[in-house]
Design a binder for this molecule. Structure first.
Ligand code: PLP
Length: 406
């Protein structure tokens, strides 16, 4: 990519990796290949085992598609991984990991807090398939070590964890996984590929909901898993070709356009979130703010060591559940810039109330020390605020008018 041996920088990588001027038209922008099948001159078999990475031409879009392959190369390069598989959604990426690398009789250790869909999949679906599941607070290394069994095949963590912003020490957990002969997968959606070097810290598989920061514009769902080429090839054969949860080329094309500006956007998300988090922390109506860029984050030392970009995700509390619900209603009625909506990582700021009691019932089902640790971060409930790319003063004015009387 460059004329020296120096690797390209992150901005150049985000723009150029996976792309080149179209050889037939010389178009500068990458084309969109909306074709389900490809005319072939080979008398080829039609099995996942006949898989080639497009080097011998394309066969059928459930195997591989040039536009999706372009995005996969871009994400692999941004994450510093050998290869990447894109999927229909972030949940399809999580399912791809679980159902490729786990079989009946295997054991998996999953974070006791995670994206709610992943939490429910791990608690309800995996045991139904004969897979043993331990849910563990991944910030507690002794608890992770104690949960490992002879049949542990996978440790699945998430950092910073949705929705409370607690961190996992990836270098330490990857050491435990290696010693156990298990794979480590990390859901790095909150961090984005710019947030930390998950691959360098030892994650075998780094997954993203590319619906969030990587796409960045709130218009397309997708997922990705980046990692070693042999692991990604197994996932392509199982999860893509057999389970079928592939990314549409149209979504890949949209998401690749977003991904080109990811490093620039992450700098702006981080700067905006830092300003908003400091304002929230100074406001007496706000009782607690969790953001990895604040000195008050319970794992500020780990944040400084592990995170290269603190991202744009803030969680904050305004008191008990009744106070939270009252402010949530005021947000619904009065917000002018921020959207009251789920999802995150978009250029538009988004906020959503997440009550602890309801989340415990539906998704996390924690008790004892695990529930206590969750409440240490989230109390009766939190507002999950995804700071977008608007001017911080406008976001602060919006929050100010919805928090109620001073
Ligand atoms: C949104 C999200 C997912 C699920 O992604 P979808 O694209 O909505 O399927 C998984 N993990 C995390 C951390 C998320 O924020």
């Amino acid at each position: 990519m460059t004329h020296t041996n120096r690797p390209a920088g992150p901005m150049t990588t985000a723009i150029h990796a996976g792309e080149a001027p179209d050889p037939t038209t010389q178009a500068s922008a990458p084309p969109l290949h909306m074709s389900s099948t490809f005319v072939t001159d080979q008398v080829a078999g039609f099995s996942a085992h006949d898989l080639e990475d497009g080097a011998d031409g394309y066969l059928y879009t459930r195997w591989d598609n040039p536009t999706v392959a372009m995005l996969e190369k871009k994400i692999a390069a941004m994450q510093g991984a050998e290869a990447c598989l894109c999927t229909a959604s972030g949940m399809a990426a999580a399912s791809a990991i679980f159902f490729t690398f786990l079989s009946a009789g295997d054991h998996v250790v999953v974070s006791d807090v995670s994206y709610a869909g992943v939490a429910e999949l791990a608690r309800d679906t995996l045991p139904r398939m004969g897979i043993e599941v331990s849910v563990v607070n991944m910030s507690d290394l002794e608890a992770v070590a104690a949960a490992i069994r002879p049949n542990t095949r996978l440790i699945h963590t998430e950092t910073p964890v949705n929705p409370i912003g607690r961190l996992t020490d990836l270098a330490a957990v990857s050491k435990l996984a290696r010693e156990a002969g298990a794979l480590l997968s990390c859901d790095a959606t909150f961090a984005s590929p710019l947030g930390m070097d998950a691959v360098g810290l030892g994650a075998d598989l780094t997954m993203h909901s590319i619906t969030k920061y990587i796409g960045g514009h709130g218009d397309a769902l997708g997922g990705a898993v980046a990692g070693r080429a042999d692991l990604i090839a197994r996932m392509r054969a199982e999860a893509a070709i057999h389970h079928g949860g592939i990314l549409s080329p149209f979504n890949a094309w949209l998401i690749a356009r977003g991904a080109s500006t990811l490093p620039l956007r992450m700098k702006a998300h981080e700067a905006g979130a830092q300003e908003v988090a400091e304002w929230l922390e100074a406001d007496p109506r706000v009782t607690r703010v969790i953001y990895p860029g604040l000195a008050s984050h319970p794992q500020a030392e780990l944040a400084a060591r592990q995170m290269k970009n603190r991202s744009g995700m803030i969680s904050f509390q305004v008191g008990d559940a009744a106070a939270g619900e009252r402010v949530a209603q005021q947000m619904i009625d009065r917000l002018e810039v921020i959207h009251y909506a789920v999802s995150l990582g978009h250029h538009r700021s988004l906020v959503f109330w997440m009550g602890t009691e309801a989340l415990m019932e539906t998704s996390f089902r924690l008790e004892g020390a695990q529930l206590e640790d969750y409440r240490a971060y989230a109390g009766d409930g939190i507002f999950r605020l995804s700071v977008g790319l608007e001017d911080a003063e406008d976001l602060i004015a919006d929050l100010d008018r919805t928090l109620g009387d001073r």
